[in-house]
Ligand binder design. Sequence first.
Ligand code: NAI
Length: 313
Amino acid sequence: MNATPDLRFDGRVAIVTGAGRGLGRAHALLLAERGARVVVNDLGGSKEGEGSDAGPANDVVSEIVAAGGMAVADTNNVGSEEGCHALVQTAIREFGRIDIVVNNAGISRWATFPEADAENLELTLDVHLRGTWHTTRAAWPYMEQQGYGRIITTTSTGMLGLSDNLAYATAKGALIGFTRSLAVAAAPKGIRVNCVAPNSVTRPSLSADKPNIVTANQMDAARVQAMQTDLVSPMVAYLAHESCEVNGEILVAGAKRFARWFMGFTPGWLDDGYGVPTIEDVVTHWDEINDESGYYVPTGTYDWGARFMAHLA
Ligand code: NAI
C-alpha cells in the first residue's frame, strides 16, 4: 500500500534540458503528467554533440499535449551562455515563471589520454558543466525573487572511474562540487539543489564503439527493458517537488533501485607526537589512514573542517 498522496506540480513551470530524447524526455513526460507546464529543451544533435534537429523537442511536446498536458518546445543550445539565457526566457515568455530546472542535456565523446584533446574537453564541459551553470544562473534571479525553486543537476557514476570517457567523467565530477556548493547558497532562499546519477539504457549506450563496457546492443532484451528511462524519473520528480526539503544530495536511480551516494572520510591517523610527521610516518600508518571503520559523512565544508581539525579545538 502506498500511503503517500499523489505529488502534483499544478501551477509549476519546469525547464528540462535535453528533453527530446532519453532520460530528459521521461522526466518531462512525468512532470507534465503531474500538472507542470514544461519547457522541453533539446538541440537535437548527435550523441557526440554534432548538428541540430528541432524534431525531438517538438515530438515530445506533441506527446505531452496529446496526453492533455502543457508544454512548449525550445531548441536552444545549452552549450552556449546565450542559449541558456534564451531558454530561460522561453519559460518566462510562455509561462510567466520558472520553478524547476532539470539540467539533463548531455553528450558523450568516448576517448582517453592522449586522444581526448582540448576540443573534446571543451565541448563536453560546454554542455554538461557550463550548460548547467548558465541555465541555473539565468533562472536563479526568478527563483530568488519568488523565494522558491528546485534545481536538479545530472551527474554520473562514470566519475567513479570511466577511463575511456575522460572528459565526461571530469565534467560529471565538477557538477557534484557545483551542486553541493550552490545548495548552501540556495538554502536560505527557499531553493533546493540536488544531483541525480541515473542508470538507464539510452542512446549513448546504444553504440558498438565502446571498448570496455557492455553496450545495449550486447545486452539481452529483458535487461534493456529493465533499464528504461521512466524508472529514473520518479526520483527526479521527487527532487523537483515542493515537499522535498532534501538539499545538496546525490541520489542514484535506475532499474527500479533508488539509493543515496555520499562522500565519506576515514577518521585517519593523527600524529600526536611533538615533531613534524615524516614520509616514513605516512607509510607506517597507511592502514590507519585508509581504515574505513568509523568513517563520517560531513554535511558540508565547515562541518568537515570541524571534524578533521577537532584536535585543534
Ligand atoms: P540521450 O543522448 O538519449 O539524451 C540527451 C539529450 O540531450 C539528447 O536528446 C540531445 O539532443 C540533448 N542535448 C545534447 N546536447 C545539447 C545541447 N547542447 N543543448 C540542448 N540539448 C542537448 O542521453 P541520456 O542517457 O538520456 O542522457 C541524459 C543525461 O543523463 C546526460 O546528462 C547523461 O550524461 C546523463 N547520464 C545518463 C546515464 C544513463 O545511464 N543513460 C548515466 C549517467 C548519466
